[in-house]
Design a protein around this ligand. Structure first.
Ligand SMILES: Cc1cc2nc3c(=O)[nH]c(=O)nc-3n(C[C@H](O)[C@H](O)[C@H](O)COP(=O)(O)OP(=O)(O)OC[C@H]3O[C@@H](n4cnc5c(N)ncnc54)[C@H](O)[C@@H]3O)c2cc1C
Length: 598
């Protein structure tokens, strides 16, 4: 049976030693999160994930969700109780405003918990994850009344949330959406239409479901400029907030799909359902973007989480499975063969996953802290800089962490040989679950286009210039550090590749947009690699400093960090050269054949 242990020590190293979370104490909620509190909070979260969520991951996958003839949906055994434990532990409202019953703690801690929960049980973690995303949109764009009505119940775990964008004929291109909203004359709207692929659209976990639905008000302009956001509870609400009759919202069917079987993916029918506008008319995409940006970071975390849990299981197996002898002679002569972890190719695989996971975790937390700054700082310039970075990095996090997360789940599966292909070992579930993260919340190719087409040139390239300056500044400040030199030299080279690629787009993409489109995915991965390399440089510096200060019992872990940093710089980072070569090859061969020739 699969195993999972939340990487609490690694998280604490990042928060305390690499990013110095105490430096953020001036932000609301951070002063309450002292080092001791953080350790206790993460310890509790880890326990819930390891002891409650992980044990129902495999069974939840096997059992899946069931839709009954009356439209009700049953989730796998244990999910309802786990949700109660999750909400009861305060995890849904961890970072939410105390005015609505939240704890007001840093969003960053919520991101950590999201990693642990998604690694322990991704299908389950989507139920609270979507609820938190819906709460974020309501919190930013909802009226006071909407916030008072919905947020406390969602935080308590009584009601959940969903996001309804996709329709049968439109996924990426939301400008095509047809669901309509007709004013009822009393401030509410009648919502009619069909949404597909709605995660957690129906379930037996909470007493009500708060659907956030994109729809077009009668007479609104065509395309994305005519889309509005509505809050549509599945069940009508009494004046006292009690849950009443069905509100014209039903689940028509659920999908049979490759992974995340424990999460119901629903066709949702809205038949004159009563909904209320969230935010301004025709500005629905704007409002939904709050949810989508949070959800994209959440999906990025899913990529990391599946990579981490797959890695942990591959390591456990590689230490046990006896096959062949080490190239340098038997390591366990008393046994019939050595464990496969002695083989360099097995090591190469495990090290490449590990080097990614540790840097990806740092990359997530670095940006989660920026999100806290962007939303909580009182300093406008600080907020702006954090928001710039977050805007630039959101598609990179989503695209790179899920692409590589899936690749890593496959690599981990490979360590099991044929046994990895068999359901019983549980590792093939990680592969199946990881796959969706590359697709939903905007397919990764679309993330790459968002990066190159919108984010790169926005505000005269201010965000990417900020990143160049930060990494360049780090390289300069640490240029005399002899121990860091072998790590910084490859980072300098790769930063150069990134700058050349950005310059190449400036010179070649405006006149020929296909040049941007054909190189976008490579650019996303190139920026991702440099970001991960930068994370490794920061982690190596912090590890060195910790070692100098006596390491406080962490000598072995810090030495391992330094080795893993070198592995990444020597073996993963050089891929930036390949991405640059592909980008500068342009779109000629990519676009030359006619559609008929395919
Ligand atoms: C399990 C599951 C859960 C989901 N949960 C939700 C949910 O909760 N709420 C919700 O609203 N939706 C949800 N979705 C829908 C999901 O977000 C969409 O499937 C996704 O955004 C892609 O849309 P599509 O399937 O229509 O693909 P299409 O838009 O038809 O795109 C097909 C492919 O074409 C390419 N492509 C399309 N346009 C471009 C472009 N402009 N540039 C480059 N490449 C492009 C991409 O590679 C894409 O993969 C879910 C889907 C699944 C399968």
């Amino acid at each position: 049976m699969p195993v999972y242990k939340a990487p609490v020590e690694d998280t604490l190293f990042l928060l305390n030693d690499v990013f110095g979370i105490e430096r953020y104490n001036n932000l609301p909620g951070f002063a309450d999160a002292s080092a001791d509190v953080i350790e206790a909070v993460l310890g509790e979260g880890a326990k819930l994930c390891e002891e409650v969520l992980q044990p129902i991951n495999y069974s939840g996958d096997q059992e899946g969700c069931t839709r009954h003839s009356d439209g009700r949906v049953t989730t796998p055994k244990g999910f309802k109780e786990a949700y109660e434990a999750y909400a009861g532990g305060g995890w849904i409202g961890l970072a939410m405003d105390p005015e609505y019953g939240g704890q007001g703690l840093p969003y960053t801690l919520g991101a950590v918990m999201n990693e642990y929960a998604s690694a322990a049980n991704m299908a389950f973690a989507m139920y609270p994850g979507l609820t938190m995303g819906a709460m974020a949109a309501l919190y930013v764009h909802g009226s006071d009344e909407q916030k008072q009505t919905y947020l406390p119940k969602m935080i308590e775990g009584k009601w959940s949330g969903t996001m309804n964008l996709t329709e049968p004929h439109c996924g990426t291109d939301l400008g095509l959406l047809k669901t309509k909203a007709v004013p009822n004359g009393d401030g509410s709207y009648a919502i009619t239409g069909t949404k597909i692929f709605i995660s957690a659209g129906e379930q037996d976990i909470t007493e009500n479901i708060v659907h956030l639905v994109l729809a077009r008000i009668e007479g609104a302009p065509a395309g994305t400029k005519g889309i509005s956001l509505f809050v549509v509870p599945r069940n009508k609400l009494g004046l006292d907030g009690s849950v009443g009759a069905n509100n014209g919202v039903s689940c028509g069917s659920i999908e049979h799909k490759m992974g995340i079987h424990g999460n119901a993916t629903c066709v949702m029918n809205y038949e004159g359902a009563q909904g209320w506008l969230v935010g301004a008319e025709n500005k629905g995409l704007n409002a939904m973007f709050v949810m989508m940006n949070e959800a994209r970071l959440g999906v990025a975390i899913q990529g990391l989480a599946q990579s981490e849990v797959a890695y942990q299981n591959a390591v456990a197996y590689a230490k046990e499975r006896l096959q062949g002898r080490a190239l340098t002679g038997a390591k366990e002569p008393a046994k019939a063969a050595d464990p496969i972890i002695v083989h360099p190719d097995v090591r190469r695989t495990l090290m490449s996953i590990r080097a990614f996971n540790e840097a990806a975790r740092a990359f997530v937390l670095w940006n989660a802290l920026k999100s806290d700054v962007a939303h909580r700082s009182g300093d406008a310039a600080e907020r702006q800089a954090a928001d710039d970075q977050l805007g630039l990095m959101t598609p990179v996090l989503k695209g790179v962490l899920t692409d590589v997360g899936f690749d890593n789940a496959v690599k981990a599966q490979q360590m099991f040989g044929g046994h990895g292909y068999i359901a019983e070992t549980g590792v093939e579930q990680f592969v199946r679950d990881a796959r969706i993260a590359m697709i939903y919340e905007g397919a990764n190719g679309v993330q790459a286009m968002d990066l190159v087409g919108r984010k790169l040139g926005r505000d005269g390239g201010r965000a990417i210039m900020g990143f160049f300056n930060e990494v360049g500044g780090f390289l300069k400040d640490n240029a005399e550090d002899e121990a860091l030199k072998p790590l910084l030299a490859p980072l300098q080279v790769s930063l150069g590749h990134l700058q050349q690629a950005a310059m190449w787009f400036m010179n070649n993409a405006l006149a020929r947009p296909d040049n941007a489109g054909a190189g976008a995915t490579d650019f996303m991965h190139l920026l991702g690699l440099v970001s991960l390399g930068y994370m490794w440089a920061k982690m190596a510096k912090a590890a060195q400093e910790k070692l100098k200060a006596g390491a406080d019992g962490a000598t072995e872990r810090m030495n391992a960090k330094l080795v893993t940093a070198r592995f990444f710089m020597e073996r993963s980072l050089p891929e930036t050269a390949v991405h640059l070569a592909r980008i500068t090859a342009g779109a000629d061969t990519t676009m030359a054949l006619s559609a008929e020739q395919f």
